[in-house]
Write a protein that binds this ligand. Structure first.
Ligand SMILES: Cc1cc2nc3c(=O)[nH]c(=O)nc-3n(C[C@H](O)[C@H](O)[C@H](O)COP(=O)(O)O)c2cc1C
Length: 213
């Protein structure tokens, strides 16, 4: 599927993942392309987590920046509850054998996916330990494809990392280390081939800041 090449490997795209053909559920999810597959993490406590364990087929819906509100609505509405994020008439259904994948009919780029693997893991972070699924899915079909620049998190996140680096310089002691760790974490997560130049500059700045301690 040549259309899949429009998603660059190593870049995290913000999408709306729609699961459950019986009662479509939408969630904001960051996905990455790996070869002909996509990968993402699903946190327990969300409807998406439960649906991934129940339904094999789902859709990834990508939007242009002008439609950022779709990601925000999907992420901040109906979180782990029955409130539907979008009205019924916003959804269409893609037939896959005897199953159906719900998707957002107005999304300019839609990937119909089938789960290959959903690994149950425990993620430990500042909020403690939380069960997650590391999901790998194959892309079965692409019913909508318009040439858009899909929403990504990397550029804005690198700006946040650069701001945190300047905060690190302004601070000292533990606070400096905390800002520096924050900037380092963001760089690790969102650094990619395209923004390697910015990453190098922030890394150099951070190491100067830490050396001057
Ligand atoms: C920009 C953005 C990206 C997100 N990415 C993920 C993600 O990759 N995995 C995840 O489990 N939750 C992610 N979330 C949180 C979910 O979107 C949120 O918990 C959602 O409401 C879950 O909905 P559900 O209970 O209907 O599945 C993200 C939120 C935002 C705002």
């Amino acid at each position: 599927m040549a259309e899949l090449d429009s998603l660059k490997p190593g870049v995290m795209y913000e999408s709306v993942v729609v699961t459950n053909p019986d009662r479509p559920n939408a969630a904001g999810v960051g996905i990455e392309r790996v070869g002909q597959s996509i990968e993402f993490t699903s946190y327990s406590g969300s409807n998406t987590y439960d649906n991934i364990l129940t339904f094999d087929i789902f859709s990834v819906n990508l939007f242009a920046w002008k439609d950022l509100d779709k990601i925000i609505i999907a992420a901040l509405t109906g979180e782990g509850n029955d409130n539907q994020e979008f009205p019924d008439h916003d959804f269409a259904y893609f037939q896959c054998g005897n199953m159906e994948a719900p998707y957002l009919s107005e999304a300019p780029l839609v990937l119909i996916c089938r789960i290959i693997e959903a690994k149950r893991l425990i993620k430990r972070d500042d909020l403690g330990a939380i069960p997650i699924l590391e999901v790998t899915a194959e892309v079965l079909d692409i019913p909508s494809y318009e040439g858009i620049e899909p929403i990504t998190r990397d550029k804005e996140s690198l700006l946040d990392a650069a701001v945190a680096a300047t905060r690190a310089r302004a601070a000292s002691g533990e606070t400096r280390k905390r800002y520096s760790r924050l900037a380092g974490r963001v760089i690790k997560k969102f650094g990619n081939d395209e923004n390697a130049g910015s990453v190098r500059i922030i890394e150099r700045y951070l190491s100067d800041v830490l050396e001057s301690e």
